[in-house]
Design a protein around this ligand. Structure first.
Ligand code: HEC
Ligand code: HEC
Length: 271
């Protein structure tokens, strides 16, 4: 009898132990997902960086965008590739296009799709810095602008529904547009890419300047899209406003409580 109950509490101990590890791992995953990893800082526009950027541009982009980024008209007769002028396209546009794998374009088609990225982050930054010297254009968001700590997900949801759902759909999963074009899903876009898309307006997408959507509202909106990635219907749990740490803690506590209840239930069953 005594032996049995000791074995039972041993089993319960193992159960609790593995449960704690499970919940702990789950919590780590959740918090890793909600903490944006900072981009490695690159000295902006150093001579070396600009030289690298220019070299990469000449090798990988100039065949379509011109040796000075002035653009090349597509030659339909010879099937020659063309590309728009990048003078004034800005750092943010290059970073967006290359970091989503849209550029370099492989085959000319109605729309440059998202693909595997061809360059390292440092190379992308170098090309972006080089193109920025060709003419003033939208700059990348700063780390401070991308800080979503005080963002309001509920307000972000309203801004999203007003400005984005007509093309990207309520769940951010994308949708068809006219002429065989489409608005892609937003589930793979990083906060930085979402910001860049708004300030550069790729293809059919309008530019959302500061007058249309302020910095603060961009943060709210991005926080909302980030929440959509985790939970397709954010707000359903009514946790939207308490922030990632509190949410993680809630998950951790809730998980722990349900496991204790489970252990007690097993104990009762065995008896
Ligand atoms: C095969 C031709 C081709 C190559 C190579 C190419 N591009 Fe493009 N690029 C295009 C075309 C066509 C467009 C316009 C269509 C689109 O935006 O989807 C475009 C659009 C862009 C835009 C958006 C311009 C704007 O005003 O919105 C940027 C930025 C860009 N390319 C950068 C690059 C960079 C950087 C490289 C090299 C790594 C590169 N491209 C290589 C053809 C090309
Ligand atoms: C008129 C339709 C339209 C509206 C409105 C619109 N978009 Fe887009 N969006 C597009 C299209 C089209 C593309 C693809 C462009 C391309 O591939 O060059 C796109 C691309 C994007 C991407 C890149 C996704 C990826 O992973 O590559 C993001 C992010 C994005 N949009 C965010 C937004 C946000 C946020 C809003 C609202 C503030 C918005 N869009 C409003 C049409 C739209």
């Amino acid at each position: 009898m005594k032996k049995r109950s000791r074995r039972r509490s041993f089993a319960a101990g193992i159960l609790m132990g593995s449960a704690l590890i499970l919940v702990g791992t789950g919590y780590a995953v959740v918090s890793a997902e909600t903490t944006p990893s900072p981009e490695p800082a690159v000295a902006a526009g150093s001579l070396e960086q600009l030289q690298l950027g220019r070299q990469l541009f000449l090798e990988g982009c100039s065949s379509c965008h011109g040796l000075q980024g002035e653009g090349i008209a597509a030659d339909n007769a010879t099937g020659g590739n063309g590309g728009p002028s990048l003078i004034g396209a800005g750092e943010a546009s290059v970073d967006f296009q290359v970091s989503t794998g849209r550029m370099p374009l492989a085959v000319p088609e109605a729309q440059a799709p998202r693909k595997d990225v061809q360059y390292s982050q440092a190379e992308i930054a170098a090309m972006a810095a080089y193109v920025a010297t060709l003419g003033p254009g939208p700059a990348n968001p700063t780390e401070e602008q991308l800080n979503l700590e005080n963002a309001n997900i509920a307000e972000g949801g309203e801004i999203f529904r007003t400005n984005c759902t007509q093309c990207h759909n309520f769940a951010g999963s994308g949708g068809a547009l006219t002429n065989g074009q489409y608005a892609p899903s937003l589930m793979n876009a990083t906060p930085e890419q979402i910001w860049q898309a708004m300030i550069t307006g790729p293809q059919q997408m309008p530019v959302f300047s500061n007058e249309t959507i302020t910095d603060e509202d961009k943060q709210n909106l991005i926080a909302y899209v980030e929440a959509l990635k985790v939970e397709p219907n954010p707000g359903g749990l009514g946790l939207g406003r308490i922030g990632p740490v509190a949410e993680g803690l809630f998950l951790w506590t809730a998980g722990l409580l349900s496991l204790i209840a489970f252990a007690v239930w097993i104990g009762a069953k065995v008896r």
